[in-house]
Design a binder for this molecule. Sequence first.
Ligand SMILES: NC(=O)c1ccc[n+]([C@@H]2O[C@H](COP(=O)([O-])OP(=O)(O)OC[C@H]3O[C@@H](n4cnc5c(N)ncnc54)[C@H](OP(=O)(O)O)[C@@H]3O)[C@@H](O)[C@H]2O)c1
Length: 184
Amino acid sequence: MGRARLGRTNLDVSVASIGTGGFSRLGQEYGATAGESVRVLRAAMDEGIDFIDTAADYRTEEIVAKAVAGRRNSVVIATRNQVYRKGTEPTGDELTASGEVDPADLDPGRPLGFMLDEPSVRSLADACYRFNRHTPGADVILTSTGRIEHLRDNIASINSEPLPGPVLDRLHKIFGRVESVTAE
Ligand SMILES: NC(=O)c1ccc[n+]([C@@H]2O[C@H](COP(=O)([O-])OP(=O)(O)OC[C@H]3O[C@@H](n4cnc5c(N)ncnc54)[C@H](OP(=O)(O)O)[C@@H]3O)[C@@H](O)[C@H]2O)c1
């Protein structure tokens, strides 16, 4: 497992780190029990992950507390209070209407499908994690899942090579002028 210094802190943490919010909330979003989510976090720690991201708003702090019981001194935890959203995230149509994305560059039915045509790309998730891992300025990459098989795939993606040059060039051509889109 690669190591990284976390931002401007002196904390040394695993490059692959686990996020407990987002679309999965450790599987809580689709009905996982607290015990199942605890198992995902413990599997992450067993794989060498020692940075966990949570927030009051995610409602996963108690699950994190249970998972790190007895191992608290070997993990770094980030948490924070409620995050308020300003505005909504732009849709693909809005990005083309604003001129940030040229519709001629985009296949609307399969906007990122070209990445899957590359033999080294195993899935869209693989491409996303590899893209982020090798973006200058990214210290650690949060992976967020309620499934241990996804966790292992994602750690492998985070620790694998950058996307091929032609894929990066095409991503840059399509999205290089987009100014702000959140993770959603
Ligand atoms: N999203 C935000 O706006 C946001 C904002 C602030 C902070 N964060 C932090 O960043 C972390 C990561 O954000 P994110 O939610 O955008 O996480 P992500 O890791 O980019 O995506 C998570 C989603 O992808 C699915 N997934 C994960 N691995 C997969 C795989 N190998 N194959 C197919 N599907 C897969 C998960 O479902 P399964 O459970 O089925 O795997 C879940 O629905 C959050 O947990 C949080 O700590 C996020």
